[in-house]
Design a protein around this ligand. Structure first.
Ligand SMILES: [Zn+2]
Length: 214
């Protein structure tokens, strides 16, 4: 099965690597990425292909549904938070982008089965970060891709808001040395859309209020 990968590696080593040997060896000394990209594990997303970037440009953090958990200092193991801390406080990357996408399996399962997801599963625990997003979906419009797109974009808004709960992110944003943005990529059409977090956040807050009123 892995033969396809090894054949690809051979082409890379003899092609791209050979043609860019000096640049790659220089990069081996240090990394100074311009962007921290938080995106989904989805196999159909290829960030360096979508943005036509070079090695060293993107510091990529991948997890299910491209979520950012809220800042917390106790609890369990924090893979995403640890990667963020390294990228921001050590590498001093100047921009964070949360890149969501259409047809996201994580968001879809949250919307379709918010109660049926196994309570002790890693996925349901992780997706609970954006639990109110499920309330945005109109049950009569679950065949409409726009329903899920709205939830995916709302989840991006949630993550943008959670980013600001990290003190070393909030202080840099306030000082103007760090930018944060949210984008939604359509894996079918190739369209890329900026997520206006303020609109999204107000929608989420209303949805959360509705949820607590239930
Ligand atoms: Zn996804």
């Amino acid at each position: 099965m892995s033969e396809k990968l090894l054949e690809g590696y051979k082409r890379f080593k003899e092609g791209y690597y050979a043609q860019n040997r000096e640049k790659i060896r220089e990069l081996a000394q240090d990394q100074r990425p311009s962007y921290v990209l938080i995106t989904c594990c989805d196999a159909r997303l290829e960030p360096s292909r979508i943005f036509d970037t070079e090695p060293g440009d993107l510091f990529v953090i991948r997890n299910v549904a491209n979520l950012v958990p809220p800042y917390e200092v106790e609890g369990s193991y924090h893979g995403t938070s640890a990667a963020l801390q390294y990228a921001i406080t050590v590498l001093e990357a100047p921009e964070i982008i949360v890149l969501g996408h259409s047809r996201c399996g994580g968001i879809r399962s949250l919307v379709l089965d918010p109660d049926k997801m196994e309570k002790d599963s890693f996925i349901s625990r992780w997706m609970s970060i954006v639990a109110p997003v499920a309330k945005l979906a109109d049950p009569d419009k679950l065949n409409d891709p726009k329903t899920f797109s709205q939830c995916e974009q709302a989840a991006i808004g949630f993550s943008l808001r959670n980013l600001l709960t990290y003190p070393w992110i909030a202080s840099r944003v306030a000082a103007g040395t760090l930018q944060i943005n949210g984008w939604h990529y359509n894996i079918y059409s190739g369209a890329l859309k900026k997520v206006h977090d303020q609109d999204t956040i107000s929608t989420i807050v209303e949805a959360s209020d509705d949820a607590s009123a239930d």
